[in-house]
Design a protein around this ligand. Structure first.
Ligand code: BDR
Ligand code: CA
Length: 302
């Protein structure tokens, strides 16, 4: 079967790790690169965590270090959700020396070169703040025609998690999110309005634990640690939107990002006007086959 060429831009992050595990498990992707960005924890840790999980899974891809801070705002981290190590305290469970080698090139260059050197269009799963992707689209606009779609975990319609109005990834770098949504590149948005429904059960966690492998031990510990603060498993949704589109319902909408300082900064809002709606720029995911999600999550640790 022909595989979907893919780049994963991420800030691992417990649910980012789950997304990478899922991307390997579904066996529908040719993962060409994993690029890190500062977000859930600082860039040194998100990069190291990307190297750890790609190494543990033995992925044949480039790993590159991305932006250390958002385009305009000062950086902000979420170690209280993802653990001080960003992976729910599981660092010691990874085999020594499993880290995949880091590219000598920056994420920005790896993103550009992977896209420009590909004969076919490449999809991007973007599950951290959109800093690297915003920079890429601004500095190298020629890449746009090489991108099949950007499947984003971020934003929310009429909802939020970091604030009542705003989702974490968009709040961290609203300017980057705004660049991406104005870019004209096809977008899919797995926002909080969807991911708040995406949870695992106690039984799912037991099933993962009972698999009894190193990977399942890491997965179980990190999910238990993470879900004590946030029950929603956000980032794998952006992967599954590409591999299993039939699992989702969506609406085509025009989405904009509020970059202004203040209470609504980072808010993503959709144009629902009946009379003069703007042309849709995004497929906004609205529902998921939760049973299928749970089964795929458990199976991805087998
Ligand atoms: C998003 O923010 C991070 O905490 C998660 O990894 C996810 O990408 C959810 O708002
Ligand atoms: Ca993330």
């Amino acid at each position: 079967m022909k595989k979907i060429p893919l780049i994963i831009d991420c800030d691992p992050g417990v649910d980012d790790v789950l997304a990478i595990v899922m991307a390997k498990h579904v066996d529908k992707f040719d993962i060409k690169a994993v690029t890190s960005v500062s977000g859930n924890v600082g860039i040194n840790l998100t990069t190291r965590n990307a190297q750890l999980i790609t190494g543990l899974l033995d992925l044949d891809c480039v790993v590159a270090r991305g932006a250390e801070e958002p385009l305009v705002k000062p950086k902000r981290e979420a170690g209280h959700v993802h653990g001080a190590d960003g992976i729910g305290g599981t660092f010691e469970l990874f085999p020594k020396n499993c880290k995949k080698e880091l590219s000598k090139f920056s994420a920005l260059n790896v993103l550009r070169d992977t896209l420009m050197n590909s004969e076919e269009r490449v999809s991007i799963v973007a599950i951290g703040p959109l800093t690297n992707i915003g920079l890429l689209l601004k500095i190298y606009p020629e890449v746009k025609e090489k991108i099949e779609v950007i499947s984003i975990m971020g934003g929310a319609i009429n909802n939020g998690n970091a604030t009542p109005c705003s989702e974490y990834n968009f709040l961290v770098d609203p300017e980057a999110a705004s660049i991406v949504f104005k870019s004209g590149v096809p977008l899919i948005m797995a926002g909080i309005n969807l991911t708040v429904k995406v949870t695992l059960t106690k039984e799912n966690l037991e099933e993962i634990q009972n698999i009894g492998s190193n990977l399942s031990e890491i997965g179980h510990k990190m999910i238990v640690d993470y879900t004590t603060d946030d029950p929603a498993i956000h980032d794998p949704c952006a992967v599954l939107a590409l591999s299993h589109p039939d699992m989702f319902k969506w609406e085509d909408l025009h989405v904009q990002i509020d970059t202004r300082e203040g209470f609504t900064q980072g808010m993503s809002y959709a144009d629902y006007r009946l009379r003069i709606p703007k042309k849709p720029n995004c497929k906004v995911l609205t529902d998921i086959d939760l049973e299928k999600f749970r089964k795929l999550t458990v199976d991805s640790f087998k």
